[in-house]
Design a protein around this ligand. Structure first.
Ligand code: PHE
Ligand code: ZN
Ligand code: ZN
Ligand code: ZN
Length: 292
């Protein structure tokens, strides 16, 4: 590709390791093996029809690793009608991922611990997903590998990714939009009713496919969830509704080194963890009125 400045697309190469250019951001990078990268660079440099105005370098070499979802289900309750919820246990390599998604991870642990004090009618299945940041790998793998019978037992999935953004808003995934018709309207209403009855504002956000509900929705399992915002910018209206700072990201440390223990908003975390407990309590008690 003569004269291509940075924009080099590699086709048909297996995924692992990244190849990019020093200009970083504007440049698409692809993931390939080290050997393929070196072979490819060699081939390109020997081929007179290729001309580069940028230096290629191997940015990092990633090896294959095995990673695990952690799934825990109550011993009691109806195992044919399961309430499921999840948070992702991985973070990006750039930072510790305390808000994203240490926050949801710990919410689930807290709710699981408290749940031991109660009796459930429906079984509750907690999931800590692996490799969300690499492309929803853990949850997709799980949802896609449920056979028809196991799929039908999972009555809903609730996603809890980023519960405590420092410049938070209380976001509820909008259900039944065109892109993802399996969003649960009943669950959406539960969140809205709870925020409203606690005197709190909320905002509807679309299912944009960026968290672990995707595998469930795509396999016909109703899903929904709440979040507090990532790299979206708070508006003036948002500031009036939720406080915080207009013009800043909801989480200014999103996917960065500073997403550390000082990052999450503790108040938002407590509010949302109470709502998570409420969602679990509601459906562990009954799926009456809940679609299929
Ligand atoms: N799932 C994203 C992440 O882990 C965060 C996110 C969720 C962003 C929903 C936008 C909407 O990075
Ligand atoms: Zn993330
Ligand atoms: Zn996340
Ligand atoms: Zn989808």
């Amino acid at each position: 590709k003569s004269g291509a400045v940075g924009a080099i697309i590699f086709d048909n190469l297996p995924l692992h390791g990244t190849l990019g250019t020093p200009t970083g951001d504007e440049v698409p990078t692809v993931s390939i093996t080290e050997k393929d990268a070196l072979d490819y660079i060699k081939k390109l440099t020997e081929d007179p029809s290729y001309k580069f105005e940028t230096t290629l370098y191997v940015d990092s070499v990633i090896t294959n690793i095995t990673t695990l979802n952690v799934i825990a289900e109550t011993r009691f309750g109806d195992h044919d009608n399961v309430v499921s919820l999840g948070a992702h246990s991985d973070s990006v390599t750039e930072g510790p991922g305390i808000n994203d998604d240490g926050s949801g991870t710990i919410s689930l642990l807290e709710v699981a611990k408290e749940l031991t004090k109660f009796k459930v009618k429906n079984a509750v299945r907690f999931a800590w997903w692996a490799a969300e940041e690499e492309g929803l790998l853990g949850s997709d793998y799980y949802a896609n590998s449920l056979n028809e019978e196991e799929n039908s037992k999972v009555r809903l999935f609730m996603d809890y990714d980023m519960m405590a953004s420092p410049n938070y808003e209380y976001e509820v995934y909008d259900a039944n939009n065109e892109d993802h018709p399996n969003g649960s309207g009943t669950l959406k209403d539960l969140y809205i009713d709870w925020y409203t009855s606690h005197g709190l504002n909320y905002t509807l956000v679309p299912f944009d496919g960026r968290s672990d509900y995707v595998g469930f929705i795509d396999n016909g399992i109703p899903a929904g969830g709440i979040a507090t915002g990532a790299e979206g910018v708070k508006t003036k209206e948002g500031e009036e509704k939720f406080g915080g700072k207009a013009g800043d990201w909801f989480d200014p440390c999103y996917h960065q080194l500073c997403d550390d223990l000082s990052n999450p908003d503790y108040e938002a975390w407590v509010i949302n963890t109470k709502l998570i407990a409420h969602s679990v309590a509601t459906y562990a008690e009954s799926f009456d009125g809940f679609p299929i």
